[in-house]
Design a binder for this molecule. Structure first.
Ligand code: GUN
Length: 295
């Protein structure tokens, strides 16, 4: 078994980005600037956004955190998005999901300028991704592709089973793994809550990508020998014995599945840190595109 070490690889990527940003500074160019909007006080979302902003500082990006109260109306959020769309200082921004119930997420995602949509959630960018055009690929699937590439995992002709059809992970992942090229060229099955015989389908997978959010869902007896196992689940489980009052766990029974898998991502330290690194990569790309457009 080889560990797909997202912590290590994400640090390498951040080093690579730092080198690029240093060159930009030395040339007297504007450095990338990422903004993040967060609405409300969800603990996990605040943690993620905090990590994103801290990572910006680490690689030398500018960053802006926009915190809005949970009572924010849709129109107030749309106005803020328009402000960031118009602000030439900002190269890319994200609206952290989920949003409070009074806000229509689809309307919000449509309002983001596709050229600043470093999450790759706007239909224009999602469509480009599906059509193999150059675009911002959503950070979590992008991070998984990067891990597969850096560990030289063979995906061609393999059966990839994706568990979960979310717009952020499962759906884009299923498209990307089926694309021509590497990593990709897989035969993909996208499973979800209405899938029949899900355990039988998973048992046929060469590559399992679980984005379900159910702790310990994937057990050793469900996966084939030498399967590649990617765990996208990040669930907080309450535990008074831990300093923070909870611990983080994935969808996979790591202790037992790792004995059978050829490659496996840990949680924490797998897909999570890769997501942040790829968001930074998309922001660097956004800056380079804006620079080239203004030449
Ligand atoms: N919520 C969970 N994952 C993500 C992500 O990648 N981007 C945004 N904006 N919100 C999220």
């Amino acid at each position: 078994m080889e560990l797909l070490d997202g912590k290590k690889v994400s640090n390498q990527i951040k080093e690579e980005i730092t080198v690029e940003v240093t060159k930009m500074r030395e040339r007297g160019e504007k450095v990338p600037h990422l903004a993040a909007i967060i609405v409300g006080n969800d603990g996990a979302s605040l943690t993620y956004v905090g990590s994103k902003v801290r990572s910006c500082e680490r690689v030398g990006f500018e960053s802006t955190l926009v915190q809005m109260p949970s009572t924010t109306s849709e129109i107030e959020l749309l106005r803020k998005i328009e402000e960031l769309n118009q602000d030439d200082e900002i190269d890319g921004f994200i609206v952290q999901l989920p949003l409070p119930p009074q806000i229509d997420t689809q309307k919000v995602l449509l309002a983001v300028d596709p050229d600043k949509d470093v999450d790759g959630f706007h239909p224009t960018n999602f469509g480009k991704m599906a059509l193999d055009m150059s675009t911002f690929i959503p950070a979590t699937p992008f991070g998984i592709l990067e891990l597969l590439e850096r560990y030289k995992v063979d995906t061609k002709g393999k059966h990839t089973v994706v568990i979960g059809r979310s717009h952020i992970v499962g759906r884009p992942m299923s498209i990307l793994m089926g694309r021509k090229g590497w990593p990709g060229n897989s035969t993909v099955t996208l499973t979800h809550s209405a899938t029949k015989n899900i355990t039988q389908i998973i048992s046929q997978a060469d590559i399992v990508i679980s984005a379900l959010g159910v702790p310990n869902f994937l057990k050793a007896e469900m996966v084939k020998d030498d399967a590649v196992v990617i765990d996208v689940g990040i669930t907080r489980v309450a535990d008074d014995t831990k300093p923070k009052g909870y611990y983080i766990t994935g969808d996979v029974d790591f202790e037992n599945v790792s004995k059978k898998a050829s490659f496996i991502t840990p949680v924490p330290g797998g897909v999570g840190p890769m997501t942040i690194a790829m968001l930074l990569k998309n922001t660097l790309l956004a800056r380079e595109r804006h620079r080239n457009a203004n030449r």
